[in-house]
Ligand binder design. Structure first.
Ligand SMILES: NC(=O)c1ccc[n+]([C@@H]2O[C@H](COP(=O)([O-])OP(=O)(O)OC[C@H]3O[C@@H](n4cnc5c(N)ncnc54)[C@H](O)[C@@H]3O)[C@@H](O)[C@H]2O)c1
Length: 371
């Protein structure tokens, strides 16, 4: 029997699925998959880091249950989310003779989850896939909700499809091998859920941050609460016609910064989101929407978690404000020229503003660069 510490159901009718959180679900994947998908074969997509640390456990589990599988190991890192590696993954799935009823397993962080989900959406016009997220970011965010895709030189996540997984298995033990900087980056997305509409969760995080980082029971609880939050949003607005956009809090600034730093080690996705969330609060204060002390409280919490919170925290020189503005305009949260931003009236009170003037953003960025 698999040890499941938390379970969340994503009630999406014909596309409904479960998110299971547990201490060692990869080792137990053989029996879980055999029971839920009897007789199916699996194409595992992973990256080189996760292939070293966790793929052997998954292979042993599948072999133990007599499940047939193929493995595709891609380089680690954001630049893998490209046409070249998507093409490689798709061709490898076809070469492994996986059929339409077979499934893809995304074993890795958000990069692998997004790419493998996209490959699953494309192969044979849509194969099922199972998310096995191994980074904190992937466990609390990217593995849930069915957004899959790759990046373009024009910007992040501009190519892709909505394709829901059939199951999400979040194995808490994988986080023990995650580098500390990556864990902190994922924590930015945890904080995001509190900032959107759950001030009580933000307070709980303030009280439990140390235990979450130390790997105590609060870690599993935080992950399950984030998944439940995301599931609620996705059920309400699966294809982001409205409220789901709130999950992009901090992301418009964050994506522009990621693009400017070349999707490199200078700034991890979650670090961009951390700075972006603080900027969203400060911008909201500048527009006289939110009290300044809330932004300061958010920044303090993120800093305690080891995250950057200011433009000046990014190593190296940032591009000109015009370059950042061009990236913001290219971000997909632009509709008919008007900038859409997630703004806030305070902690837990984010909202979607569709008519933000570019000049206000640009003046604010000039100010933010100064410190
Ligand atoms: N689809 C969505 O809804 C959604 C939401 C948020 C973010 N994202 C995407 O997620 C991506 C970021 O995800 P990420 O932060 O997980 O990045 P990632 O997949 O690059 O993983 C971060 C690093 O940690 C390594 N790693 C992962 N798990 C590990 C483990 N258990 N032990 C050791 N090393 C491990 C990876 O090899 C990589 O080097 C971005 O591309 C972002 O756009 C997607």
């Amino acid at each position: 029997m698999a040890e499941i510490s938390h379970q969340v159901h994503v009630a999406l009718g014909a596309r409904a699925y479960d998110i299971l959180v547990g201490p060692r679900l990869i080792d137990e994947a053989g029996s879980i998959l055999a029971e839920r998908f009897p007789g199916r074969r699996f194409g595992i997509i992973t990256d080189e880091n996760v292939a070293r640390t966790h793929l052997p456990r998954l292979l042993a589990a599948l072999d133990g249950a007599g499940i047939d599988h193929a493995e595709i190991v891609l380089p680690a890192g954001e630049s893998t989310k490209s046409w070249a590696f998507l093409g490689q993954a798709v061709e490898a799935l076809l070469a492994a003779r996986l059929e339409r009823g077979d499934l893809v397993i995304a074993l890795g962080g958000g990069v692998i989850g997004d790419l493998a989900g996209c490959a699953a959406a494309l192969v044979r016009r849509g194969m099922g896939f199972v998310q096995m997220p191994t980074s904190l970011l992937a466990q609390v965010d990217s593995s849930v909700g069915g957004k899959t895709g790759i990046n373009s030189p024009h910007g992040k996540n501009l190519i892709g499809a909505f394709h829901q997984p059939k199951l999400v298995l979040a194995d808490l033990s994988t986080l023990d091998t995650l580098p500390a900087r990556q864990f902190a980056a994922g924590y930015a997305e945890v904080v995001k859920y509190g900032l959107i509409d759950d001030a009580a969760f933000f307070e709980w995080l303030e009280a439990n941050r140390e235990e979450i980082f130390a790997g105590g029971p609060a870690r599993g609880e935080a992950i399950a609460r984030c998944c439940a939050h995301k599931a609620r949003v996705v059920i309400e607005d699966e294809t982001e016609q409205g409220a789901r956009a709130l999950l992009n809090l901090g992301h418009t600034f964050g994506h522009a910064l990621e693009k400017d730093t070349g999707y490199s080690d200078r700034l991890l996705h979650g670090e961009g989101v951390a700075i972006g969330m603080v900027l969203a609060h400060r911008f909201s204060t500048r527009l006289r929407l939110a009290p300044g002390q809330d932004g300061a409280r958010v920044a303090a919490h993120l800093r305690q978690a080891g995250l950057p919170t200011m433009l000046g925290d990014i190593p190296g020189t940032l591009g000109a404000t015009e370059t950042l503005m061009a990236a913001i305009a290219q971000d997909k949260k632009v509709s008919r020229g008007a900038l859409t931003f997630i703004l806030t009236r305070g902690i837990g009170q984010a909202f979607i503003e569709k008519n933000v003037e570019a000049a206000q953003v640009s003046d604010f960025l000039d100010e933010a660069r100064a410190g």
